[in-house]
Design a protein around this ligand. Structure first.
Ligand SMILES: *[C@@H]1O[C@H](CO)[C@@H](O)[C@H](O)[C@H]1NC(C)=O
Ligand SMILES: *[C@@H]1O[C@H](CO)[C@@H](O)[C@H](O)[C@H]1NC(C)=O
Length: 434
């Protein structure tokens, strides 16, 4: 499937994994746990703006499935530059809408890679437990450092202090230098907490990093409370103490202007109703639909084609509690079919093709031709043409080849047209749309 390479985005996010059928994409559980996760992002001048935008989109994909809130996961972003900059602290966002918009707004600082100063702020302010604006008392804390690996600075000491203080450290490096230092700073085992990846391939590790974060948070569920001189009472903090709703979110039946959102499990004894919020990413108007406690799916309509949305389903419990889960999704592109195709044979083995130019969003044309399958080896040939062309000549085309032209759009291929190239002696000049 050479065409795959040409398709940029239909379903942008990784965890909406396209299976064989593109319209059944399952999003996994993410009412996972309680903990505070701080991202330390290299925002210095050594990072190109291209790389910086890749890092931000990695962060967006990494964080999107988490349920956020004061009794769930909280996230903060600390940027590394000449002066560190706390882009947002743990208390800032308890909804994915807010978090994703904040990530989109994040601007690169430039300047030096002064990671040491940023680590001081991380340790003394952001990750400090029980202080206003700091981390929550008694809950797991994770530091995820995104770096280009260039001149990491004297980070071993400050990182060791953070680890000794109970913070788990993960590193994602887009450069391969300084392996020793980076290996030193992560919480063991390094195989699970240190990631080297080329900037353009960051999406490959999104799921692993996300799982590593969840693992760390879950592993630290055993905690010591009420420590006095003679007793230390152990409290088990169950990860999934109660059946939660919604625990899964599925996006399916995506069309150009609608999509079906389904969730589960339904808990009608505890949940009063569900609200479905959706907005265009990064920061469109939020639409809200409320449905009853026995409904497990709804179709969102009047959406824009080829547009990325963030959907959040929240369960409102009778007891006043609220649980939410989010996913990113894309509507389909409008894919006008090819309007007209004319084929003219030239000489004994060439054909001239001509068609009508196509609409907005066109990325090019995909031309294929193939000899009759009865030939000993029927070879399929392909040619990709830029969008401004409306004709081309093919040479060495086998007799009776089937020649097809399809328009290629941003998200998928539109319906094409085919003609058969007959190099008969009678020489029929034009054969239309067979
Ligand atoms: C929604 O409910 C139907 C039955 O009413 C069930 O077959 C389906 O699996 C449910 N979907 C989810 C996502 O729970
Ligand atoms: C949904 O439930 C919440 C609280 O559980 C309640 O305040 C709200 O009025 C309900 N909304 C609808 C439309 O039923």
């Amino acid at each position: 499937m050479e065409l795959r390479a040409l398709l940029t985005c239909l379903l942008l996010s990784l965890y909406l994994r396209a299976g064989g059928a593109q319209d059944t994409d399952v999003v996994s559980v993410l009412n996972c746990c309680e903990g505070d996760v701080l991202f330390l992002l290299d925002s210095s001048g050594s990072v190109s703006s291209f790389d910086f935008s890749h890092m931000l989109s990695f962060l967006s994909d990494l964080t999107a499935p988490f349920s956020l809130g004061p009794d769930q996961v909280r996230m903060g972003l600390l940027q590394v530059g000449t002066e560190p900059h706390l882009e947002f602290g743990f208390g800032a966002y308890s909804s994915q809408q807010g978090l994703q918009a904040a990530l989109q707004r994040t601007k690169q600082l430039g300047g030096d890679t002064n990671t040491e100063d940023a680590l001081v702020i991380a340790k003394e302010r952001v990750l400090r437990q029980g202080t206003p604006g700091g981390a929550r008392q008694g809950l797991p804390r994770v530091l995820v450092w995104l770096t280009d690996g260039i001149e990491p600075g004297d980070v071993e000491g400050p990182m060791a202090e953070l680890r000794e203080d109970g913070v788990a450290v993960l590193v994602v490096s887009t450069g391969r230098g300084n392996y020793q230092i980076l290996r030193e700073v992560v919480s063991p085992p390094a195989e699970e907490h240190l990631y080297f990846v080329d900037i353009e391939d960051m999406n490959i590790i999104t799921e692993d990093v996300r799982n590593a974060i969840i693992e760390i948070i879950r592993a630290e569920r055993l905690q010591v409370r009420d420590v006095t001189t003679t007793t230390a009472e152990l409290h088990w903090r169950p990860v999934l103490a109660e059946l939660q709703s919604p625990a899964q979110l599925t996006v399916s039946d995506s069309t150009i202007n609608s999509v079906r959102v389904s969730w589960g499990p339904l808990l009608p004894e505890s949940v009063e109703n569900y609200t479905i919020e959706y907005s265009i990413l990064p920061s469109g108007k939020v639409h809200v639909v409320t449905v009853g406690n026995r409904q497990n799916s709804t179709v969102l309509t009047n959406l824009q084609p080829a547009t990325q949305y963030l959907v959040t389903v929240s369960a409102h419990y009778f007891m006043g509690k609220e649980r939410a889960i989010s996913a990113k999704m894309c509507t389909q592109d409008v894919l006008p079919p090819l309007a007209d195709l004319e084929l003219r044979t030239v000489g004994s083995d060439s054909v001239k093709l001509q068609w009508k130019g196509s609409a907005d969003g066109l990325r090019g044309y995909w031309v294929t031709w193939e000899g009759e399958p009865t030939h000993s080896s029927s070879q399929r040939s392909t040619l990709y043409l830029p969008p401004h062309l409306v004709s081309t000549t093919l040479n060495h085309v086998p007799h009776n080849s089937r020649v097809c032209v399809s328009p290629v759009y941003r998200s998928a291929r539109g319906e094409g047209l085919c003609c058969t190239a007959s190099f008969s002696s009678a020489n029929v000049p034009w054969i239309r749309r067979s």
